[in-house]
Design a protein around this ligand. Sequence first.
Ligand code: NAP
Length: 294
Amino acid sequence: MTHSPRILTHTGATRLAGVIGWPVDHSQSPRLHGYWLAHHGIDGAYVPLAVPPDRLAEAVAGLPALGFSGANVTIPHKTAVIPLLHHVTAVARQIGAVNTLIVNGDGTITGTNTDAQGFLDNLKQQAPAWNPDRPAAVIGAGGAARAVCAALINAGVPEILLFNRTVDKAAELAESLRIHRAAAIFPLPLTGGMWKTRARDIGLMVNATALGMTGHPALNLDLSVLRPDTVVADIVYAPLKTPLLAAAEQHGLTAVDGLGMLLHQARAGFSQWFGTMPEVTGELRAFVLSGMNA
Ligand code: NAP
């Protein structure tokens, strides 16, 4: 399915946003926001902003003067940007990273993080029957796992089994999230017998590692130990159907892909900058996927 964006002539009232990263050419965000701008006929522009680390402070400070409504922030700036901001939301502090900037009317800049909400919104859209009453297993202890754990804690999951190759990193993540809210997070090694012992009772399994990504080995955990109503989510979206999700389907489990998280996390920023809350539709998914495969 294709979507033909309407070409708008920008006026003096054009609303501006963009994505700050280094490098930034891999980012799907200009395509995603460009689709929504065209779909809603908004006089706005969303541009890639390639900013090296040593110029991040200058670039962020310049956003209000340039008339930007805000920006996304991506690798490698998500943590480094925090001290440059006037306000940082509670969820961004909880996750320890900012991915969305909003320029306020008084010229100050607020930083927030929409990854946790994006993960949860996607889960609700792709697995509407999931509810947070059973423990969840999260695989990984990097930046993405932090956002997933924050989302699950905030959603009321009673217990998180945090499996990671480097168990010390899982322990650090668990400790830092406990500071923000009492939550039962148990760091566990990825190898050994703990998966089989502990995975029986979970209602949700999330891969938040790079395993399964194109060019990376697959995440090999035995899914036959899971209950039939367990939801298996992957935040890797290239390929869309990872080996983990293919295995989940073979076991008759509900599989949730990672593309939806990427799309859902963008909604809040778009709404703040351009004044309309956009939707994640099948047509949008196809449009972004066709760009990734081009
Ligand atoms: P990160 O901070 O570098 O963390 C990487 C994680 O993967 C760590 O837990 C690491 O374990 C684990 N890992 C890497 N290679 C491994 C291997 N060979 N065996 C076992 N574990 C391995 O990366 P991140 O920013 O969290 O991103 C992780 C993935 O999430 C990436 O694929 C990224 O594209 C995806 N992502 C998706 C979205 C979305 O919107 N869908 C958003 C953000 C990120 P150790 O601690 O042992 O090194």
